[in-house]
Design a protein around this ligand. Structure first.
Ligand SMILES: Cc1cc2nc3c(=O)[nH]c(=O)nc-3n(C[C@H](O)[C@H](O)[C@H](O)COP(=O)(O)O)c2cc1C
Length: 299
């Protein structure tokens, strides 16, 4: 959902090499977040956009010297001065904003949250991948702990143009989730929540929310959570369910199904749990066929 755009200011600047137009646009993005506004300063020359500066009101932390509105106006005024002083710096057409992301598309995307390469979450992810292949779907497991995924810096710059400015392995995950029909999170419980690397992916998923709301990028995937915990009972999964559910809903995915496996401290190996592999495979197969909502707790 793009906010409605109206030029708050527009100036024509005459220079020895021609006429420049500079606009200050303000957009109400209150539909994305309460009170959010986006400001764009854009320079046009010879019928082309040659420079732009974008800032939104959520980028500024509290107690910042200048408000976002003031920053945009300062930039606007400074650029008028700069165009006059060195117009030749503002003659090259801007390349289009790179909204398309690098990476591949898969029917099924699996976020494997455990750092243990051969642990229980990895086994569960492997069963899911194998079942997806059996169903003739393309599938990819992202071992998030082995990837270069930095924590979200809270810059909110993704709400400027739908692109996260951090350059690491996250764009491939964002691209894959946007294209997927099933998102599976296979994770252990760590200190009542998800391990840090998976939490980083979840927080960086904010860029998916930005893309969905600003660029109307549709996300059609269903969501499946598979979680393992050392301790017995439902309590270790409460926070994991809440965190992964918030992540999925934030990006427009309905968390359709959940399989939780407790008592791994004593059980040790998911492969030794009778019926679990069949249950996981059945969940993947059914989510790839029809929509529906079931809950399974292996206890
Ligand atoms: C750092 C750490 C924190 C953990 N915290 C919890 C916890 O809060 N609750 C729980 O039930 N199990 C906890 N566990 C146990 C794991 O969830 C359990 O061993 C799980 O089977 C590991 O999954 P994996 O084989 O996929 O790595 C923790 C394990 C580690 C290493």
């Amino acid at each position: 959902m793009e906010g409605s755009s109206k030029p708050a200011e527009s100036r024509t600047v005459e220079t020895p090499i021609g006429t420049f137009v500079i606009d200050l646009l303000t957009e109400d993005l209150g539909g994305v977040y309460p009170g959010m506004r986006r400001y764009t300063v854009e320079i046009h020359y010879a019928g082309q956009s040659v420079y732009h500066y974008v800032i939104n009101s959520y980028e500024q932390p509290p107690h910042t010297l200048f408000s976002t509105d003031e920053v945009a106006n300062i930039v606007f005024g400074r650029l008028i001065y700069d165009i006059k002083a060195r117009p030749e710096h503002y003659t090259k057409a801007l390349p289009p904003v790179r909204r398309a992301l690098p990476g591949a598309a898969y029917d099924v995307v699996i976020l494997q949250g455990s750092p243990r390469q051969f642990g229980n979450s990895a086994t569960l992810a492997g069963w899911c991948a194998d079942e997806a292949s059996r169903q003739r779907r393309s599938v990819h497991i992202f071992p998030v702990h082995e990837m270069d995924i930095r924590p979200c810096s809270g810059c909110y710059a993704c709400y400027n143009q739908g692109v996260c400015p951090v350059e690491d392995d996250m764009p491939a995950i964002i691209k894959a989730i946007e294209e997927a029909s099933l998102l599976i999170i296979a994770t252990p419980v760590y200190t009542n929540t998800v391990p840090a690397a998976l939490k980083a992916v979840i927080d960086r998923g904010q860029a998916l929310h930005a893309r969905r709301t600003l660029l109307s990028t549709p996300i059609a995937a269903k969501g499946l959570l598979i979680a393992v915990a050392g301790r017995p009972g439902p309590e270790p999964f409460e926070c994991v369910r809440s965190v992964t559910g918030a992540f999925m809903r934030n990006i427009g995915i309905h968390p359709a199904e959940e399989i939780t496996v407790d008592r791994m401290d004593t059980r040790q190996d998911v492969r030794a749990i009778e019926g679990l592999e069949d249950r996981v495979r059945a969940a993947v197969a059914s989510l790839l066929k029809v929509s529906g909502e079931t809950k399974a707790h292996i206890g």
